[in-house]
Write a protein that binds this ligand. Structure first.
Ligand code: ACO
Length: 328
């Protein structure tokens, strides 16, 4: 049984914020941001919620597909509009996906790869007692990460953007879609990526030191982790599949920093042309970054039916993962 992609959609936030715009509110420069990250502009939501972005991306992914045929919805996000109901519950309710089982998944910027793996695993699972099968699933990455960024920290806030990407997965007899996945988690012992939640004190609570409510990042630590983890997960997933880097037609990495993507291309002896790069206009959109990049690659004709592609994610947790799949 194979699981592959039959629909894809994307929604970026409305408001374009250029590096020049950032120069007006903080001590930075276009030259520094472009040279150190590859980012020229990003989209920041003003009134759109994570849900609005998710719903629009999902509607596009579902064009021509019967909504009642969707059995599962998983939303990868670290910036849900609310904790309860889950984003996936809200998407289901909003779009009337009446047959879907739904939940959210938090694996930060690796979220899309983890969600893909979870959906594929559930689609291939056998539910002997109920006979229920998951034949079609929606995997969505949606973030309004600008709400989480620390806008007083020029070393991190310049990186992020808002948006959503969605794919529809289908299970088919005798076809290969997802080939294999490798996931790995590393302990963030030095709090390289850290963001808390604000809870109200209750009548019984003692003195607690609240964790920061904005994303605190040690850029250099995350950078070093990312370069090592990307190499490790790419190497391992290729080994699982018995393939080498030249067998992959196109790579869709998480868009966190152009230098990280360049380092992976060089390490695996691949031309940078084989890597999707859209960080220049999106910034880092966390869990939405890979499906948005995949969408752009498909729409630009860089990925064709039958191509073998690799998606690679890394981020908070710390987490990393890579999936090899054939495009349908
Ligand atoms: N403009 C101008 N100067 C700046 C800026 C800025 N926006 N930010 C930092 N600087 C300065 C620093 O103050 C420092 O100056 P100093 O040497 O006088 O102290 C100098 O530039 C170098 O700073 P570094 O932090 O060493 O810069 P670096 O080259 O490491 O780049 C960056 C920083 C872009 C954040 C990089 O480390 C990076 O991309 N890290 C990875 C981030 C990432 O991938 N995050 C993904 C996960 S996010 C998630 O999971 C939600």
């Amino acid at each position: 049984m194979g699981v592959g992609i039959i629909g894809i959609g994307k929604k970026t936030a409305d408001n374009v914020i250029t590096n020049e715009d950032l120069c007006k509110i903080m001590d930075t420069s276009n030259e520094w941001i472009v040279e150190r990250t590859g980012i020229t502009e990003r989209r920041i939501a003003t009134t759109q919620k994570s849900l609005d972005l998710a719903v629009e991306a999902t509607k596009e992914a579902l064009e021509g597909i019967d909504y009642d045929s969707i059995d599962l919805v998983i939303v990868a996000t670290i910036t849900p509009d609310m904790l309860v109901p889950s984003m996936a519950s809200l998407v289901k309710m909003h779009l009337g996906l009446k047959n879907a089982i739904v939940f959210d998944l938090n694996s930060a910027c690796s979220g899309f790869v983890y969600t893909l793996w979870t959906a594929e695993s559930l689609m291939n699972a056998s539910f002997e007692k109920t006979g229920r099968k998951i034949n079609r699933a929606l995997v969505i990455g949606s973030e309004r990460i600008s709400r989480m960024a620390d806008w007083t920290d020029r070393g991190s806030c310049i990186l992020f953007g808002d948006g959503a990407g969605a794919v529809v997965l289908e299970r088919r007899e005798g076809e290969t879609g997802i080939i294999t996945t490798f996931l790995k988690n590393y302990d963030d012992v030095n709090q390289a990526l850290w963001c808390g939640i604000e809870y109200e004190p209750n009548p019984f609570s003692g003195d607690e030191v609240s964790p920061p409510r904005t994303l605190q990042m040690s850029g250099i630590q995350v950078f070093k982790f990312a370069v090592t983890a990307v190499n490790e997960v790419m190497e391992q997933v290729l080994e699982y599949a018995g393939m080498d880097a030249d067998d992959v037609d196109f790579y869709v990495p998480h868009q966190a920093n152009l230098r990280i993507i360049k380092s992976a291309a060089a390490r695996f002896g691949q031309s940078l042309d084989k890597f999707q790069i859209n960080i220049n206009t999106t910034g880092n959109v966390s869990a939405a970054s890979i499906p948005m990049a995949l969408y752009d690659a498909v729409k630009a004709g860089k990925i064709k039916e039958g191509d073998t592609i690799m998606v690679v994610g890394f981020g908070g947790g710390l987490s990393a993962g890579a999936t090899l799949l054939k495009m349908w």
